[in-house]
Write a protein that binds this ligand. Structure first.
Ligand SMILES: Nc1ncnc2c1ncn2[C@@H]1O[C@H](COP(=O)(O)OP(=O)(O)OP(=O)(O)O)[C@@H](O)[C@H]1O
Ligand SMILES: [Mg+2]
Length: 264
């Protein structure tokens, strides 16, 4: 995944949950992430896979600036993320948006959908979007304008996730991080939401980084795969290469496990 056009570049990245770096005690239940090298190219689609607890969410939260880089380097457009957050934090947030797994947890239950969708533009661009703009963002995700007056509990999970996507894309980000965007949804709507994401990323020229448990699903959607285990990356590469000739035995296990599930 190395190239001169790395939109996001990581080198020697380290991060620990639950402990300050440099603490002298070893072990004792802290969990760390180590990424020697990772490059994400502008406009690419990257699937991050691995078992629960392997560090997928932690990695993308660092890349979004929600968790700090404890050691090493993580850059966006050639500038350290920490530096972006010091000077240019709003622009960094505008360009790097995140959609979470559970859409109902992403909305304030007391706010109409219209107010929720307007929030990022208000906070980041410091202006109130027009009704026509908001309706336009909703129509991009296949929703009608009437949804604006409704509250989160009045929408289905699939509709809510579409609104969450509309809200993230209202800022016209460069990168959309989607952390298991469909795993909380009914199986019947999962494919619709995934197809929507892929259409939007094509139309808007987004870089899409998608986290999933299911290597077969992300392999269908993404050009590149990052396979994680125990806080490290065991394999990265073009999806075709990884799926046809996995180098890590862990990747083979993931493929075999996903194929067993899909045969059920
Ligand atoms: N805020 C936190 N404080 C302490 N430990 C955490 C915190 N968040 C995550 N962890 C731990 O870090 C490890 C990696 O978690 P992470 O959420 O990144 O995994 P994941 O690959 O996204 O898993 P899943 O597929 O279940 O979402 C886990 O052991 C988790 O318990
Ligand atoms: Mg996770």
């Amino acid at each position: 995944m190395r190239s001169m056009r790395g939109l996001i570049e990581v080198e020697g990245l380290e991060f620990s949950h639950g402990r300050e770096r440099g603490s002298d005690a070893r072990g004792g239940g802290s969990w760390s992430l180590r990424v020697p090298e990772l490059t994400i190219e502008d406009g690419s689609t990257v699937g991050i896979v691995g078992e629960s607890g392997s560090g997928k969410s932690t990695l993308i939260r660092i890349l979004c600036g929600l968790l700090p880089v404890a050691a090493g380097s993580a850059t966006f457009r050639g500038k350290e993320i920490a530096d972006w957050l010091r000077i240019g934090g709003r622009e960094f947030r505008r360009q790097n948006q995140l959609v979470f797994q559970n859409p109902s947890g992403s909305f304030d239950p007391r706010m109409t959908m219209g107010r929720s969708v307007a929030e990022p533009v208000k906070a980041i661009e410091r202006r109130a979007p027009t009704g026509a703009e908001i309706a336009g963002w909703l129509s991009e995700v296949g929703l009608r304008g009437e949804i604006l007056r409704r509250y989160p509990h009045e929408l289905s999970g699939g509709q809510l996730q579409r609104v969450a996507i509309a809200r993230a894309l209202s800022l016209r980000p460069s990168v959309l991080y989607a952390d298991e965007p469909t795993s909380a949804l009914d199986v019947s709507v999962q494919a619709q939401v995934l197809n929507l994401l892929m259409d939007l990323r094509e139309n808007l020229g987004l870089t899409l980084v998608m986290v999933s448990h299911d290597i077969v699903v992300v392999a269908e959607l993404c050009e590149y795969l990052v396979v994680m285990k125990d806080g490290g990356i065991v394999e990265t590469g073009r999806t075709d290469d990884v799926m046809r000739r996995p180098r890590a035995s862990y990747t083979e296990e993931l493929i075999a496990a996903a194929e067993r599930v899909s045969l059920r």
